[in-house]
Design a protein around this ligand. Structure first.
Ligand code: FES
Length: 201
């Protein structure tokens, strides 16, 4: 809001060229769409203009839709022969993303009900997902991964803080001018591996 940007510095900076998808040439590569978990999130840490670190979770907007293995029906006649019916033709007729596949969004990693609550607490798959929504682990509110909006539970009526990312040729880039990529993983993953850290040495 009230942050000051040195005008002459901004003007002196070269405007980076953008590729066909509008991704600036100096955008930071984060990961690939193919590497994003279908039922989880990818966690990384950025720096705010103030220098403060902030965690960001990155996810497919269809996370939690593809592999619902909570089938309490008991009739699991699924792919015992290894032929998992790869549903590439399953209703993905929103071709706004062209050949890049599923849409990807990124959100600051805290719940809007209680901002000290992380949504992605680290680990191999990150945040819990269901039907294209991320689930807060504390009170269970679910936020839509396309809009960031929550219409249920304690966080109802609130929207996650979005971080701009873009996909080009299957690669996900950080394109948010206000943020600088710091490292993959959570804030603590940088200096003290926690018990949930996937970084092992
Ligand atoms: S802390 Fe997330 S819903 Fe309460």
């Amino acid at each position: 809001m009230g942050d000051e940007t040195p005008a002459d510095e901004t003007q002196a900076a070269e405007v980076p060229a953008a590729d066909a998808d509008g991704v600036p040439a100096d955008a930071t590569e984060l990961t690939t769409v193919a590497d994003l978990p279908e039922n989880g999130s990818f966690l990384f840490t950025v720096r705010e203009p103030s220098g403060r670190e902030e965690e960001v979770l990155l996810a497919r907007t269809d996370a939690g839709m593809l592999d619902s293995d909570d089938d309490s029906e008991g009739s699991s006649d699924d792919d015992s022969d290894g032929s998992n019916d790869d549903d590439s033709e399953r209703s993905n007729d929103d071709d706004s993303e062209g050949s890049d596949g599923p849409q990807v969004t990124a959100w600051k990693n805290f719940c809007m009900h209680e901002p000290d609550q992380r949504l992605d607490r680290g680990g191999d798959v990150g945040a819990a997902m269901r039907d294209g929504q991320v689930i807060c682990p504390r009170h269970g509110s679910m936020f839509d991964l396309t809009s960031g909006y929550c219409d249920n539970g304690d966080a109802a009526g609130q929207t996650l803080v979005e971080v701009e990312v873009a996909v080009s040729d299957g690669v996900v880039y950080l394109t948010d001018d206000a943020l600088t990529f710091d490292h993959e993983g959570g804030i603590d993953d940088d200096d003290m591996p926690s018990s949930t850290s996937h970084l092992t040495f």
